[in-house]
Design a protein around this ligand. Structure first.
Ligand code: C2E
Ligand code: MG
Ligand code: MG
Ligand code: MG
Length: 292
């Protein structure tokens, strides 16, 4: 409380703090309303197989369709959702919607398209996460092998034994796990081999450094080598240039994701993108121009 800050109570009533708090309360109220009244959207970004050039999966990324501000980026509300606990109902909505979409693509004849869903640290710590995931799969009829869950390094840090159990309960449902933003956290490399994960997603910052400095190449090279030793697949995030894509493929990175291929977009736009490449099916797609 205020006394802990040396009794400087004024700090709590500065106009700036009031503004920040007011804004947070506004976001919280708006977000709560959006969760309950259909104000959230999922966009999907394709992830390409570096070897074949085919789409290997898509990542679901949440947006908030705010009547005044338009589509709001998750960077502007996921943190607040975590602090307020709204991440729990929000995360459940995302899981349900992503599973429902995978099922719709299956039913519409697009084939089996694995969908990756991001989990926040707070969701990962919810004791009934596996039941929430299972319920989403059952309710939507999404085959469990089509659901991938992305967990950041920081959420699996402590306590490691508990994280391990959570991951085991999830994989026993048949879903696959990936570590997101790999290289930016502090996950212990010695623990990594104990985790039942299938993929490491190499953070965008390293991909960005490729070709502009040696550090980038050394780090990507090291992560790919480590992953190969552990039998894990690697996905590079934030691939924006053909040059980066070639570099990553040469370093042995398995999958590529970024604006070079497509921005995250609404399901209908993604379907148009698929259609525009090879008539009818996302299978057999090769690299081309970015979607709108
Ligand atoms: P992330 O999981 O690492 O997702 C990748 C982010 O990089 C996405 O940002 C994507 O639009 C962006 N991106 C993809 N390709 C490129 C590229 O070539 N260049 C650049 N500059 N950026 C690229 P987005 O959609 O703004 O999401 C940001 C973060 O918000 C995500 O990072 C994830 O941590 C979080 N997030 C998004 N959706 C959800 C969700 O449903 N639940 C939770 N818990 N977190 C989410
Ligand atoms: Mg992700
Ligand atoms: Mg990421
Ligand atoms: Mg990231």
């Amino acid at each position: 409380d205020a006394k802990d800050l040396g009794g400087n109570r004024l700090a709590f009533f500065s106009p700036h703090m009031t503004e920040v708090l007011t804004e947070r309360l506004r976001v919280e109220a708006g977000l709560r309303h959006a969760i309950e009244h259909g104000g959230l959207r999922l966009h999907y970004q394709p992830i390409m197989d570096a070897r074949t050039g085919q789409v290997s999966s898509v990542e679901a990324l949440v947006r908030w369709a705010d009547p005044e501000r338009g589509l709001v980026s998750p960077l502007q509300f996921i943190g607040i959702a975590e602090d307020t606990g709204l991440i729990v109902p929000l995360g459940e909505w995302v899981l349900n919607e992503a599973c429902a979409q995978a099922r719709r693509w299956l039913d519409a004849g697009w084939g089996e398209i694995p969908v990756a869903v991001n989990l926040s640290a707070r969701q990962f710590q919810e004791p009934d996460l596996d039941r929430v995931v299972d319920r989403a799969l059952q309710r939507t009829g999404c085959p469990s092998h089509l659901l991938q869950l992305e967990i950041t390094e920081s959420s699996i840090m402590e306590p490691v034994e508990q994280a391990l159990q959570t991951m085991q309960r999830l994989t026993s449902l048949g879903v696959q796990l990936a570590i997101d933003d790999f290289g930016t956290g502090y996950s212990s490399l010695s623990q990594l081999k104990r985790f039942p994960v299938r993929k490491l997603k190499i953070d965008r910052s390293f991909v960005n450094d490729l070709g502009s400095n040696d550090r980038g190449e050394a780090l990507v090279d090291a992560i790919v080598a480590l992953a190969q030793k552990l039998g894990l697949r690697t996905v590079a995030e934030g691939v924006e240039t053909e040059h980066q894509a070639q570099w990553l493929a040469r370093l042995g990175c398995d999958e590529l994701q970024g604006y070079l291929f497509s921005q995250p977009c609404a399901p209908q736009d993604l379907e148009n993108w698929w259609q525009g490449r090879v008539a009818g099916s996302p299978v057999g797609i090769t690299r081309g121009s970015a979607a709108p």
